[in-house]
Design a binder for this molecule. Structure first.
Ligand SMILES: Cc1ncc(COP(=O)(O)O)c(C=O)c1O
Length: 501
Protein backbone atom coordinates (compact mmCIF):
# COMPACT_ATOMS: atom_id res chain seq x y z
CA UNK A 1 0.00 0.00 0.00
CA UNK A 2 1.43 3.36 -1.08
CA UNK A 3 1.77 6.32 1.29
CA UNK A 4 -0.38 9.23 0.22
CA UNK A 5 0.88 12.83 0.03
CA UNK A 6 -1.56 14.45 2.46
CA UNK A 7 -0.63 12.15 5.26
CA UNK A 8 -0.24 14.76 7.96
CA UNK A 9 -3.22 13.64 9.96
CA UNK A 10 -2.80 10.99 12.57
CA UNK A 11 -4.19 9.94 15.88
CA UNK A 12 -2.22 12.59 17.80
CA UNK A 13 -3.76 15.51 15.90
CA UNK A 14 -6.73 15.82 18.25
CA UNK A 15 -8.74 13.78 20.69
CA UNK A 16 -11.48 11.51 19.44
CA UNK A 17 -11.46 9.02 16.60
CA UNK A 18 -9.93 9.12 13.15
CA UNK A 19 -11.68 11.92 11.21
CA UNK A 20 -14.39 10.71 8.80
CA UNK A 21 -12.60 12.03 5.72
CA UNK A 22 -9.40 10.24 6.64
CA UNK A 23 -11.38 7.06 7.24
CA UNK A 24 -13.02 7.41 3.83
CA UNK A 25 -9.69 7.86 2.08
CA UNK A 26 -7.95 4.92 3.70
CA UNK A 27 -11.14 2.85 3.53
CA UNK A 28 -11.23 3.26 -0.24
CA UNK A 29 -7.53 2.53 -0.47
CA UNK A 30 -7.90 -0.60 1.64
CA UNK A 31 -10.89 -1.91 -0.29
CA UNK A 32 -8.91 -1.44 -3.52
CA UNK A 33 -6.02 -3.27 -1.90
CA UNK A 34 -8.28 -6.17 -0.85
CA UNK A 35 -9.83 -6.40 -4.32
CA UNK A 36 -6.34 -6.59 -5.90
CA UNK A 37 -5.18 -9.04 -3.25
CA UNK A 38 -8.08 -11.42 -3.85
CA UNK A 39 -7.79 -11.03 -7.60
CA UNK A 40 -4.05 -11.82 -7.62
CA UNK A 41 -4.01 -14.66 -5.12
CA UNK A 42 -3.55 -17.37 -7.74
CA UNK A 43 -0.13 -15.96 -8.61
CA UNK A 44 0.90 -15.47 -4.95
CA UNK A 45 2.60 -18.22 -2.91
CA UNK A 46 -0.02 -19.86 -0.72
CA UNK A 47 2.43 -20.44 2.15
CA UNK A 48 5.31 -18.15 3.09
CA UNK A 49 8.97 -19.15 3.03
CA UNK A 50 9.67 -17.92 6.57
CA UNK A 51 11.23 -19.33 9.69
CA UNK A 52 9.69 -19.06 13.16
CA UNK A 53 10.33 -15.63 14.70
CA UNK A 54 11.09 -13.90 11.40
CA UNK A 55 8.22 -11.43 11.63
CA UNK A 56 8.53 -10.96 15.38
CA UNK A 57 12.19 -10.08 14.96
CA UNK A 58 11.27 -7.17 12.70
CA UNK A 59 8.69 -5.62 15.03
CA UNK A 60 9.43 -3.23 17.91
CA UNK A 61 9.34 -4.83 21.35
CA UNK A 62 7.34 -1.94 22.82
CA UNK A 63 4.18 -0.24 21.49
CA UNK A 64 4.49 3.23 19.88
CA UNK A 65 4.13 6.06 22.40
CA UNK A 66 2.74 8.46 19.84
CA UNK A 67 0.36 7.61 17.06
CA UNK A 68 1.56 6.71 13.59
CA UNK A 69 -0.03 7.53 10.27
CA UNK A 70 -2.28 5.04 8.53
CA UNK A 71 -0.03 5.10 5.50
CA UNK A 72 2.93 3.90 7.61
CA UNK A 73 0.81 1.17 9.13
CA UNK A 74 -0.55 0.05 5.75
CA UNK A 75 2.91 0.11 4.21
CA UNK A 76 4.07 -2.24 6.98
CA UNK A 77 1.30 -4.65 6.05
CA UNK A 78 2.98 -5.00 2.66
CA UNK A 79 6.52 -4.90 3.98
CA UNK A 80 6.27 -7.04 7.13
CA UNK A 81 2.98 -8.88 7.45
CA UNK A 82 2.46 -10.10 3.90
CA UNK A 83 5.77 -12.00 3.66
CA UNK A 84 4.68 -14.08 6.68
CA UNK A 85 1.10 -14.71 5.56
CA UNK A 86 -0.39 -18.13 4.87
CA UNK A 87 -3.29 -17.55 2.51
CA UNK A 88 -6.40 -19.47 3.52
CA UNK A 89 -8.38 -17.57 0.88
CA UNK A 90 -6.06 -18.92 -1.82
CA UNK A 91 -7.47 -21.15 -4.58
CA UNK A 92 -4.68 -23.67 -3.87
CA UNK A 93 -5.32 -23.82 -0.12
CA UNK A 94 -6.24 -27.45 0.66
CA UNK A 95 -5.08 -27.90 4.25
CA UNK A 96 -7.04 -28.76 7.44
CA UNK A 97 -10.69 -27.86 6.85
CA UNK A 98 -10.44 -24.68 4.89
CA UNK A 99 -12.34 -21.48 5.50
CA UNK A 100 -13.42 -19.20 2.67
CA UNK A 101 -13.81 -15.51 3.25
CA UNK A 102 -16.06 -14.85 0.26
CA UNK A 103 -16.54 -11.31 -1.05
CA UNK A 104 -19.98 -10.76 0.52
CA UNK A 105 -18.72 -12.31 3.77
CA UNK A 106 -15.77 -9.90 3.88
CA UNK A 107 -18.09 -6.94 3.28
CA UNK A 108 -20.40 -8.21 6.02
CA UNK A 109 -17.43 -8.33 8.42
CA UNK A 110 -16.54 -4.74 7.56
CA UNK A 111 -20.04 -3.55 8.33
CA UNK A 112 -20.24 -5.60 11.49
CA UNK A 113 -17.01 -3.96 12.74
CA UNK A 114 -18.41 -0.55 11.84
CA UNK A 115 -21.59 -1.19 13.84
CA UNK A 116 -19.63 -2.84 16.65
CA UNK A 117 -22.78 -3.80 18.55
CA UNK A 118 -23.08 -6.34 21.32
CA UNK A 119 -25.80 -8.90 20.61
CA UNK A 120 -26.07 -10.17 24.16
CA UNK A 121 -29.66 -8.93 24.61
CA UNK A 122 -32.45 -8.02 22.22
CA UNK A 123 -32.32 -4.61 23.84
CA UNK A 124 -28.59 -4.25 23.30
CA UNK A 125 -29.21 -4.45 19.53
CA UNK A 126 -32.59 -5.58 18.15
CA UNK A 127 -31.25 -5.93 14.59
CA UNK A 128 -28.42 -8.26 15.62
CA UNK A 129 -30.74 -10.50 17.60
CA UNK A 130 -33.46 -10.69 14.98
CA UNK A 131 -31.06 -11.20 12.08
CA UNK A 132 -29.52 -14.11 14.03
CA UNK A 133 -32.98 -15.62 14.52
CA UNK A 134 -33.89 -15.26 10.85
CA UNK A 135 -30.59 -16.36 9.27
CA UNK A 136 -30.32 -19.42 11.50
CA UNK A 137 -33.83 -20.46 10.63
CA UNK A 138 -32.86 -20.07 6.97
CA UNK A 139 -29.84 -22.32 7.51
CA UNK A 140 -32.05 -24.83 9.31
CA UNK A 141 -34.35 -24.97 6.30
CA UNK A 142 -31.43 -25.16 3.87
CA UNK A 143 -29.96 -28.23 5.58
CA UNK A 144 -33.37 -29.86 5.92
CA UNK A 145 -33.75 -29.91 9.70
CA UNK A 146 -37.27 -29.88 11.17
CA UNK A 147 -38.72 -26.67 12.61
CA UNK A 148 -38.22 -27.85 16.19
CA UNK A 149 -34.48 -27.14 15.80
CA UNK A 150 -33.46 -23.72 17.08
CA UNK A 151 -30.03 -22.18 16.55
CA UNK A 152 -27.48 -19.98 18.26
CA UNK A 153 -24.14 -18.66 16.96
CA UNK A 154 -20.83 -19.24 18.74
CA UNK A 155 -17.31 -18.44 17.62
CA UNK A 156 -16.32 -21.96 16.57
CA UNK A 157 -17.22 -25.62 16.45
CA UNK A 158 -15.28 -26.29 19.63
CA UNK A 159 -17.44 -23.76 21.51
CA UNK A 160 -20.61 -25.17 19.99
CA UNK A 161 -19.69 -28.67 21.12
CA UNK A 162 -18.69 -27.47 24.58
CA UNK A 163 -22.10 -25.80 24.98
CA UNK A 164 -23.88 -28.90 23.64
CA UNK A 165 -22.08 -31.11 26.17
CA UNK A 166 -22.91 -28.64 28.93
CA UNK A 167 -26.57 -29.01 27.97
CA UNK A 168 -26.20 -32.80 27.90
CA UNK A 169 -24.71 -32.60 31.41
CA UNK A 170 -27.50 -30.27 32.53
CA UNK A 171 -30.05 -32.79 31.33
CA UNK A 172 -29.02 -35.08 34.21
CA UNK A 173 -31.54 -33.24 36.34
CA UNK A 174 -31.14 -35.33 39.45
CA UNK A 175 -27.42 -34.48 39.68
CA UNK A 176 -28.06 -30.70 39.55
CA UNK A 177 -24.48 -30.10 38.44
CA UNK A 178 -25.12 -26.45 37.63
CA UNK A 179 -25.88 -25.79 41.29
CA UNK A 180 -23.55 -28.18 43.08
CA UNK A 181 -20.77 -28.94 40.58
CA UNK A 182 -19.03 -32.27 40.32
CA UNK A 183 -16.25 -31.97 42.88
CA UNK A 184 -16.54 -33.50 46.35
CA UNK A 185 -19.66 -35.50 45.55
CA UNK A 186 -18.92 -39.14 46.26
CA UNK A 187 -22.59 -39.99 45.72
CA UNK A 188 -22.29 -39.14 41.98
CA UNK A 189 -21.15 -41.90 39.64
CA UNK A 190 -18.46 -40.94 37.09
CA UNK A 191 -20.10 -39.56 33.94
CA UNK A 192 -19.27 -41.05 30.55
CA UNK A 193 -19.69 -39.81 27.01
CA UNK A 194 -18.91 -41.68 23.82
CA UNK A 195 -17.46 -40.81 20.48
CA UNK A 196 -15.56 -42.72 17.84
CA UNK A 197 -11.80 -43.02 17.62
CA UNK A 198 -12.15 -40.32 14.96
CA UNK A 199 -14.26 -37.85 16.97
CA UNK A 200 -12.69 -34.37 17.06
CA UNK A 201 -10.35 -33.30 19.87
CA UNK A 202 -12.81 -30.51 20.79
CA UNK A 203 -14.88 -33.22 22.50
CA UNK A 204 -11.99 -33.99 24.87
CA UNK A 205 -11.40 -30.28 25.44
CA UNK A 206 -15.08 -29.80 26.29
CA UNK A 207 -14.91 -32.70 28.77
CA UNK A 208 -11.84 -31.18 30.40
CA UNK A 209 -13.47 -27.73 30.52
CA UNK A 210 -16.74 -28.97 31.96
CA UNK A 211 -15.05 -30.76 34.85
CA UNK A 212 -15.92 -34.18 33.46
CA UNK A 213 -12.28 -34.98 32.85
CA UNK A 214 -10.62 -36.51 29.82
CA UNK A 215 -11.31 -39.94 31.30
CA UNK A 216 -15.02 -39.36 30.83
CA UNK A 217 -14.59 -39.62 27.03
CA UNK A 218 -14.71 -43.21 25.87
CA UNK A 219 -13.50 -43.72 22.33
CA UNK A 220 -15.43 -46.37 20.39
CA UNK A 221 -13.88 -48.50 17.66
CA UNK A 222 -14.48 -47.76 13.98
CA UNK A 223 -14.94 -50.09 11.02
CA UNK A 224 -12.60 -50.33 8.03
CA UNK A 225 -14.12 -47.14 6.60
CA UNK A 226 -13.56 -45.21 9.85
CA UNK A 227 -17.25 -45.14 10.86
CA UNK A 228 -18.21 -45.72 14.47
CA UNK A 229 -19.33 -49.31 15.09
CA UNK A 230 -22.82 -49.19 16.64
CA UNK A 231 -22.39 -52.61 18.22
CA UNK A 232 -19.17 -51.52 19.91
CA UNK A 233 -20.96 -48.40 21.16
CA UNK A 234 -23.73 -50.44 22.74
CA UNK A 235 -21.24 -52.81 24.29
CA UNK A 236 -19.25 -49.92 25.76
CA UNK A 237 -22.36 -48.33 27.27
CA UNK A 238 -23.48 -51.59 28.84
CA UNK A 239 -20.04 -52.39 30.16
CA UNK A 240 -19.80 -48.92 31.69
CA UNK A 241 -23.19 -49.22 33.33
CA UNK A 242 -22.14 -52.53 34.85
CA UNK A 243 -18.95 -50.91 36.13
CA UNK A 244 -20.91 -48.10 37.80
CA UNK A 245 -20.37 -45.28 35.29
CA UNK A 246 -23.19 -42.93 34.31
CA UNK A 247 -23.41 -42.78 30.48
CA UNK A 248 -25.04 -39.52 29.41
CA UNK A 249 -24.07 -38.53 25.87
CA UNK A 250 -22.87 -39.71 22.46
CA UNK A 251 -21.12 -37.51 19.91
CA UNK A 252 -21.47 -38.83 16.35
CA UNK A 253 -19.72 -37.17 13.43
CA UNK A 254 -20.76 -36.38 9.87
CA UNK A 255 -17.42 -35.64 8.24
CA UNK A 256 -14.65 -36.63 10.65
CA UNK A 257 -11.58 -34.44 10.63
CA UNK A 258 -9.07 -36.94 9.28
CA UNK A 259 -11.05 -38.47 6.43
CA UNK A 260 -14.67 -37.13 6.54
CA UNK A 261 -16.14 -40.51 7.47
CA UNK A 262 -19.81 -40.42 8.41
CA UNK A 263 -20.97 -42.31 11.49
CA UNK A 264 -24.11 -44.47 11.03
CA UNK A 265 -26.53 -41.94 12.49
CA UNK A 266 -29.76 -44.00 12.36
CA UNK A 267 -28.17 -46.80 14.43
CA UNK A 268 -26.49 -44.38 16.83
CA UNK A 269 -29.74 -42.43 17.24
CA UNK A 270 -31.62 -45.64 18.04
CA UNK A 271 -29.07 -46.54 20.71
CA UNK A 272 -29.28 -43.05 22.21
CA UNK A 273 -33.08 -43.22 22.32
CA UNK A 274 -33.07 -46.65 23.94
CA UNK A 275 -30.31 -45.81 26.41
CA UNK A 276 -31.67 -42.29 27.08
CA UNK A 277 -28.47 -40.52 26.08
CA UNK A 278 -28.09 -37.05 24.60
CA UNK A 279 -27.04 -37.28 20.94
CA UNK A 280 -24.79 -34.51 19.68
CA UNK A 281 -23.90 -34.58 15.98
CA UNK A 282 -20.64 -32.93 14.97
CA UNK A 283 -21.25 -31.81 11.39
CA UNK A 284 -18.91 -28.82 11.78
CA UNK A 285 -17.45 -29.34 8.31
CA UNK A 286 -19.79 -31.88 6.69
CA UNK A 287 -23.06 -30.13 7.58
CA UNK A 288 -22.79 -27.76 4.63
CA UNK A 289 -23.28 -30.68 2.23
CA UNK A 290 -26.79 -31.17 3.65
CA UNK A 291 -27.80 -28.24 1.42
CA UNK A 292 -27.60 -30.68 -1.50
CA UNK A 293 -30.81 -32.74 -1.77
CA UNK A 294 -28.89 -35.58 -3.43
CA UNK A 295 -26.69 -35.94 -0.31
CA UNK A 296 -29.64 -36.48 2.06
CA UNK A 297 -28.62 -40.09 2.73
CA UNK A 298 -25.46 -38.91 4.52
CA UNK A 299 -27.60 -37.06 7.04
CA UNK A 300 -30.40 -39.60 7.55
CA UNK A 301 -31.11 -39.80 11.26
CA UNK A 302 -29.57 -36.49 12.32
CA UNK A 303 -33.03 -35.06 12.88
CA UNK A 304 -33.17 -37.34 15.93
CA UNK A 305 -30.17 -35.60 17.49
CA UNK A 306 -30.56 -33.39 20.53
CA UNK A 307 -27.96 -31.00 19.15
CA UNK A 308 -26.00 -30.50 15.93
CA UNK A 309 -23.04 -28.26 15.15
CA UNK A 310 -22.49 -26.82 11.66
CA UNK A 311 -19.74 -24.31 10.92
CA UNK A 312 -20.62 -21.86 8.14
CA UNK A 313 -17.02 -20.67 8.52
CA UNK A 314 -15.79 -24.00 7.23
CA UNK A 315 -17.70 -24.78 4.03
CA UNK A 316 -20.43 -22.16 3.61
CA UNK A 317 -18.07 -19.41 2.50
CA UNK A 318 -18.54 -17.27 5.62
CA UNK A 319 -15.26 -15.82 6.98
CA UNK A 320 -13.97 -16.98 10.35
CA UNK A 321 -15.52 -17.09 12.81
CA UNK A 322 -19.08 -18.38 12.84
CA UNK A 323 -20.38 -21.70 14.11
CA UNK A 324 -24.02 -22.64 14.61
CA UNK A 325 -25.38 -24.94 17.28
CA UNK A 326 -28.84 -26.27 16.49
CA UNK A 327 -30.77 -27.96 19.26
CA UNK A 328 -34.22 -29.40 19.87
CA UNK A 329 -33.54 -28.90 23.60
CA UNK A 330 -33.20 -25.18 23.76
CA UNK A 331 -34.81 -25.19 27.22
CA UNK A 332 -32.02 -27.41 28.57
CA UNK A 333 -29.26 -25.29 27.02
CA UNK A 334 -30.89 -22.22 28.53
CA UNK A 335 -31.17 -23.90 31.92
CA UNK A 336 -27.42 -24.56 31.82
CA UNK A 337 -26.42 -20.95 31.12
CA UNK A 338 -29.24 -18.57 31.95
CA UNK A 339 -28.13 -16.10 34.62
CA UNK A 340 -29.21 -12.45 34.60
CA UNK A 341 -27.59 -9.92 36.93
CA UNK A 342 -29.65 -6.83 37.73
CA UNK A 343 -27.91 -4.57 35.23
CA UNK A 344 -28.86 -6.87 32.34
CA UNK A 345 -32.55 -7.12 33.19
CA UNK A 346 -34.83 -5.70 30.49
CA UNK A 347 -38.51 -4.87 30.13
CA UNK A 348 -38.87 -7.29 27.19
CA UNK A 349 -37.71 -10.40 29.05
CA UNK A 350 -39.85 -13.38 28.14
CA UNK A 351 -41.09 -11.86 24.90
CA UNK A 352 -37.77 -11.57 23.01
CA UNK A 353 -34.63 -13.62 22.42
CA UNK A 354 -31.70 -12.77 24.65
CA UNK A 355 -28.83 -14.82 23.25
CA UNK A 356 -26.64 -14.27 26.31
CA UNK A 357 -28.91 -16.83 28.01
CA UNK A 358 -27.43 -19.67 25.98
CA UNK A 359 -23.73 -19.60 26.63
CA UNK A 360 -20.57 -18.42 28.32
CA UNK A 361 -19.95 -15.31 26.19
CA UNK A 362 -21.80 -12.19 27.29
CA UNK A 363 -20.41 -9.83 24.69
CA UNK A 364 -21.32 -11.28 21.28
CA UNK A 365 -20.26 -9.95 17.88
CA UNK A 366 -22.85 -9.28 15.17
CA UNK A 367 -21.84 -12.41 13.28
CA UNK A 368 -25.25 -12.99 11.70
CA UNK A 369 -24.69 -10.00 9.42
CA UNK A 370 -21.97 -11.66 7.33
CA UNK A 371 -24.00 -14.88 7.21
CA UNK A 372 -27.00 -12.90 5.95
CA UNK A 373 -24.83 -11.26 3.25
CA UNK A 374 -23.48 -14.63 2.09
CA UNK A 375 -26.86 -16.39 2.05
CA UNK A 376 -28.48 -13.55 0.12
CA UNK A 377 -25.64 -12.96 -2.33
CA UNK A 378 -25.19 -16.58 -3.41
CA UNK A 379 -28.69 -17.87 -2.65
CA UNK A 380 -29.32 -21.47 -1.68
CA UNK A 381 -28.76 -22.66 -5.25
CA UNK A 382 -25.50 -20.74 -5.59
CA UNK A 383 -24.13 -22.29 -2.40
CA UNK A 384 -25.32 -25.74 -3.46
CA UNK A 385 -23.68 -25.42 -6.90
CA UNK A 386 -20.33 -24.51 -5.36
CA UNK A 387 -20.38 -27.35 -2.83
CA UNK A 388 -21.51 -29.77 -5.55
CA UNK A 389 -18.54 -28.73 -7.70
CA UNK A 390 -16.17 -29.40 -4.79
CA UNK A 391 -17.62 -32.89 -4.48
CA UNK A 392 -17.11 -33.47 -8.22
CA UNK A 393 -13.52 -32.27 -8.13
CA UNK A 394 -12.77 -34.56 -5.18
CA UNK A 395 -14.21 -37.57 -7.05
CA UNK A 396 -12.15 -36.69 -10.11
CA UNK A 397 -8.96 -36.42 -8.05
CA UNK A 398 -9.75 -39.71 -6.26
CA UNK A 399 -10.13 -41.47 -9.62
CA UNK A 400 -6.77 -40.15 -10.78
CA UNK A 401 -5.12 -41.41 -7.58
CA UNK A 402 -6.82 -44.80 -7.98
CA UNK A 403 -5.63 -45.13 -11.55
CA UNK A 404 -1.98 -44.28 -10.83
CA UNK A 405 0.39 -47.16 -10.06
CA UNK A 406 2.51 -45.10 -7.63
CA UNK A 407 -0.32 -43.58 -5.56
CA UNK A 408 -3.15 -44.97 -3.49
CA UNK A 409 -6.22 -43.72 -1.68
CA UNK A 410 -6.62 -44.65 1.97
CA UNK A 411 -10.25 -43.79 2.67
CA UNK A 412 -13.58 -43.44 0.88
CA UNK A 413 -14.49 -39.94 -0.31
CA UNK A 414 -18.03 -39.22 0.93
CA UNK A 415 -17.45 -35.45 0.81
CA UNK A 416 -14.66 -33.42 -0.82
CA UNK A 417 -11.59 -34.58 1.11
CA UNK A 418 -9.23 -37.08 -0.49
CA UNK A 419 -6.81 -39.02 1.74
CA UNK A 420 -4.01 -40.37 -0.40
CA UNK A 421 -0.37 -41.29 -0.31
CA UNK A 422 2.43 -42.28 -2.61
CA UNK A 423 3.00 -46.02 -2.71
CA UNK A 424 5.46 -46.77 -5.50
CA UNK A 425 5.67 -50.38 -6.68
CA UNK A 426 8.12 -52.44 -4.59
CA UNK A 427 8.12 -49.86 -1.80
CA UNK A 428 6.27 -51.75 0.91
CA UNK A 429 7.87 -51.06 4.26
CA UNK A 430 5.35 -48.96 6.23
CA UNK A 431 8.02 -46.93 8.05
CA UNK A 432 9.67 -46.10 4.70
CA UNK A 433 6.29 -45.18 3.23
CA UNK A 434 5.59 -42.85 6.14
CA UNK A 435 8.94 -41.20 5.66
CA UNK A 436 8.42 -40.91 1.92
CA UNK A 437 4.98 -39.36 2.29
CA UNK A 438 6.05 -36.94 4.98
CA UNK A 439 8.85 -35.83 2.64
CA UNK A 440 6.36 -35.63 -0.23
CA UNK A 441 4.07 -33.32 1.75
CA UNK A 442 6.97 -31.09 2.73
CA UNK A 443 8.29 -30.99 -0.81
CA UNK A 444 4.88 -30.00 -2.18
CA UNK A 445 4.22 -27.33 0.45
CA UNK A 446 7.77 -25.97 0.14
CA UNK A 447 7.06 -24.93 -3.44
CA UNK A 448 4.60 -22.35 -2.10
CA UNK A 449 2.21 -23.46 -4.84
CA UNK A 450 -0.05 -25.56 -2.63
CA UNK A 451 -0.94 -25.88 1.04
CA UNK A 452 -1.94 -29.39 2.15
CA UNK A 453 -1.96 -31.02 5.56
CA UNK A 454 -1.69 -34.61 6.75
CA UNK A 455 -3.20 -37.17 9.07
CA UNK A 456 -2.50 -40.75 10.05
CA UNK A 457 -4.94 -43.54 9.24
CA UNK A 458 -4.06 -46.85 10.90
CA UNK A 459 -0.58 -45.45 11.58
CA UNK A 460 -0.11 -44.63 7.90
CA UNK A 461 0.97 -41.09 7.03
CA UNK A 462 -1.63 -39.70 4.65
CA UNK A 463 -1.88 -36.47 2.66
CA UNK A 464 -5.26 -34.75 2.92
CA UNK A 465 -6.56 -32.77 -0.03
CA UNK A 466 -9.56 -30.76 1.19
CA UNK A 467 -11.45 -29.07 -1.63
CA UNK A 468 -13.70 -26.51 0.03
CA UNK A 469 -12.26 -23.12 -0.84
CA UNK A 470 -14.66 -20.98 -2.89
CA UNK A 471 -11.89 -19.86 -5.28
CA UNK A 472 -10.70 -23.39 -6.12
CA UNK A 473 -11.44 -24.61 -9.62
CA UNK A 474 -10.53 -27.70 -11.61
CA UNK A 475 -7.29 -26.07 -12.83
CA UNK A 476 -5.90 -25.75 -9.32
CA UNK A 477 -6.85 -29.29 -8.33
CA UNK A 478 -5.12 -30.58 -11.44
CA UNK A 479 -2.05 -28.53 -10.55
CA UNK A 480 -1.90 -30.35 -7.21
CA UNK A 481 -2.05 -33.67 -8.99
CA UNK A 482 0.75 -32.71 -11.38
CA UNK A 483 2.82 -31.37 -8.50
CA UNK A 484 2.33 -34.54 -6.43
CA UNK A 485 3.60 -36.69 -9.30
CA UNK A 486 6.56 -34.41 -10.05
CA UNK A 487 7.54 -34.17 -6.38
CA UNK A 488 7.39 -37.95 -6.02
CA UNK A 489 9.58 -38.47 -9.09
CA UNK A 490 12.11 -36.05 -7.68
CA UNK A 491 12.12 -37.71 -4.22
CA UNK A 492 12.57 -41.15 -5.71
CA UNK A 493 15.37 -39.89 -7.91
CA UNK A 494 17.08 -38.64 -4.73
CA UNK A 495 16.27 -41.88 -2.85
CA UNK A 496 14.65 -40.09 0.08
CA UNK A 497 14.46 -43.04 2.48
CA UNK A 498 17.86 -44.43 1.61
CA UNK A 499 16.20 -47.79 1.00
CA UNK A 500 17.59 -48.06 -2.48
CA UNK A 501 14.09 -48.33 -4.02
C1 LIG B 1 -15.19 -32.42 12.80
C2 LIG B 1 -14.76 -31.16 13.50
N1 LIG B 1 -15.44 -30.74 14.56
C3 LIG B 1 -15.11 -29.61 15.22
C4 LIG B 1 -14.03 -28.86 14.84
C5 LIG B 1 -13.65 -27.62 15.61
O1 LIG B 1 -14.11 -26.50 14.94
P1 LIG B 1 -13.50 -25.05 15.25
O2 LIG B 1 -12.14 -25.03 14.64
O3 LIG B 1 -14.47 -24.12 14.60
O4 LIG B 1 -13.47 -24.90 16.73
C6 LIG B 1 -13.27 -29.27 13.74
C7 LIG B 1 -12.12 -28.47 13.27
O5 LIG B 1 -11.55 -28.71 12.24
C8 LIG B 1 -13.64 -30.45 13.06
O6 LIG B 1 -12.92 -30.91 12.02
Amino acid sequence: MQATASDKEGSAASLGDMPAEEFRRYGHQLVDWVADFLGNLDTTPVFPAVSPGELRGQLPLAPPLTGETMSTILADVDRLVMPAMAHWNHPRSFAYFNSSGSGPGILGELLSAAFNVNSMLWQSCPAATELEQVTLDWVRQMVGLPAEFWGVIYDGGSSSTMHALAAAREQIVEADIREFGLAGRPELPRLRLYTSEHGHSSIDKAAATLGLGLQSVRRVAVDETYRLKPHALLEAIREDRRAGFWPFCVVATVGTTSCTSVDPLPDVADICARERLWLHVDAAHGGAAAILPEQAALFAGWEQADSIVINPHKWMFVPLDLSVLFTRRRDVLRRAFNLTPEYLKTAQEGSVENYMDYGIPLGRRFRALKLWFVLRYFGVNGLADRIREHLRLAQQFAQQVDAHPAFERLAPVPLSTVCFRAHPPGFDDEADLNELNSALLQAMNRTGQVFLSHTKLNERFVLRLVISQIRTQETQVQEVWQLAQAALRSLLANDVTGSGC
